[in-house]
Design a protein around this ligand. Structure first.
Ligand code: 4AD
Ligand code: MG
Length: 432
């Protein structure tokens, strides 16, 4: 609409004098012939006051009818006012009511999380959820900018796929003309094809896992950023991961300080994040856990308590490397020093927020990859196209997947991953 002022530009001191604002009434009260409105327009919140003796009777009357979340367009004068919640207020001269909202279900009282999730379409308007959405938006831009600036191309991968990439027990199956398809667990195999065309690529999109258990860290639909690089060895891969995470954290600290404060995030902890990250081999991680009373055997995967314990030994994200081949995916390059291990590494977030990156060097030898496909009981004919990549100009290459919602969870300091997705899909919920 023409002639509107963004609240953000008022708060930044860039818009002074007469303004016209369109938005929602987030909060309201009146006292002694003055109506105090908190107006939200998406860019920020500002206090607007309607004075009985400053407007005509009709305007004051429409102000009286307003309810929480009513939509309005108002015109008025910006005043600096130390008493106002954000240091500025707008003295209203004209008020146009677009709609008087019905009684808002998310009122002032405390609500249970199920109620909030049922009303996710409204819950998104809250200060806290806005802060999370803004941080999520920064993370996406910071991550893709970082890669774009290093000569990567974005090549997106299909969502409907004929085969499995990770664990076949978490596949979502769906009908497809003439048969069935699976929702993508990862775009990696396709990115491996694209690097022979463009060298360094990434895909970024929704991925799907029918996880068996309900946890605080697993979504059924999550977004994954997956860089894949030709001629990158295991070490090059880890360096890129450290650089990527560090630059995301720095950008969120630069752009979203206020949002982190709204979330009561301990910012000092994030300020410590810088490359290089500490590293520990899977073997040593198992020994460390056993020494500290955890009942875990070599060859087993870490559960949430073990992951938390390891992460609490360090202040930065930690790289756990060289996992047993048996517990990881079929495409991972064996460690030349011990073929029972793979050149795979996970990055674990500090403070117990769990795995944020999983990656590896990929097998480039045709015969070895064929053998692994057999060992993992996958159907070779489904992977012929993938094997072609080893038949026509095979090269050493590596890549990784970064879980967007896990990063957001960690940076925001949120206990449950479902708050990091605008409309979360978990094993128990697909509504609204
Ligand atoms: O470790 P994962 O399963 O790795 C892959 O899918 C590889 N194909 C990636 C690659 O090399 N291109 O998943 C990667 C990351 C995890 O570290 C985690 O951050 C996130 O994706 N992730 C999930 N996030 C939310 N909910 C889930 N159910 C997730 N599963 C994995
Ligand atoms: Mg993993």
């Amino acid at each position: 609409m023409k002639g509107l002022t963004q609240i953000e530009s008022i708060l930044d001191g860039k818009s002074k004098g007469k303004v016209k604002i369109a938005g929602w009434v987030e909060n309201l009260r009146s006292s002694g012939g003055v109506q105090f409105l908190i107006i939200r327009d998406g860019s920020g919140n500002i206090q607007a006051t309607v004075h009985k003796d400053g407007v005509d009777e009709k305007t004051f009357e429409s102000g009286n009818k307003l309810t929480q979340e009513s939509s309005v367009i108002l015109e008025g004068e910006v005043k600096e006012d130390k008493r106002a919640p954000d240091g500025y207020e707008v003295k209203v001269k004209k008020l146009e009511v677009l709609q008087i909202a019905e009684e808002y279900p998310l009122g002032k009282k405390e609500h249970g999380v199920d109620f909030l999730l049922d009303n996710r379409h409204l819950w998104l308007r809250s200060r806290r959820q806005r802060a999370i959405l803004k941080i999520r938006s920064t993370v996406i831009k910071a991550a893709t900018d970082y890669l774009d600036n290093q000569g990567f191309y974005r090549v997106d991968s299909p969502i409907l796929t004929p085969t499995c990439c990770e664990d076949s027990t978490t596949l979502f199956e769906t009908k497809y003309p003439g048969g069935k398809a699976y929702l993508a667990q990862s775009g990696q195999l396709y990115s491996e094809a694209s690097i022979a065309s463009l060298g360094k690529v990434y895909c970024f999109g929704p991925t799907f896992r029918a996880e068996k258990s309900k946890t605080k860290k697993h979504l059924a639909e999550f977004w994954m950023l997956e860089p894949e690089m030709a001629f990158y060895d295991f070490e090059d891969n880890l360096k890129l991961q450290e650089g990527l995470i560090t630059s995301i954290v720095k950008e969120v600290l630069r752009k979203n300080r206020k949002d982190l404060e709204i979330l009561e995030r301990d910012i000092k902890k994030l300020e410590k994040i810088d490359a290089p990250f500490p590293r520990i081999s899977y073997d040593d991680a198992i020994k460390l856990l056993q020494k500290n009373g955890f009942e875990i055997q070599w060859g087993e995967d870490f559960g949430a308590p073990q992951e938390r314990f390891i992460s609490q030994q360090f202040e930065k994200p930690i790289i756990i490397h060289r996992f047993p081949a048996k517990m990881k995916a079929f495409y991972m390059q064996p460690d030349p020093e011990n073929p029972e291990l793979t050149l795979a590494a996970d990055v674990i977030a500090p403070e117990g927020y769990g795995e944020i990156i999983g990656g590896s060097q990929r097998i480039s030898d045709l015969k070895l990859l064929e053998k692994k496909i057999k060992e993992f009981k996958l159907k070779k004919q489904d992977y012929e196209w993938y094997l072609d990549l080893r038949r026509y100009g095979s090269i050493p290459h590596s890549g990784f997947g970064m879980g967007l919602e896990r990063i957001v969870m960690w940076l925001c300091g949120i206990e449950n991953i479902r708050e990091t997705a605008p409309f979360p899909r978990t094993m128990g919920r697909m509504k609204p």
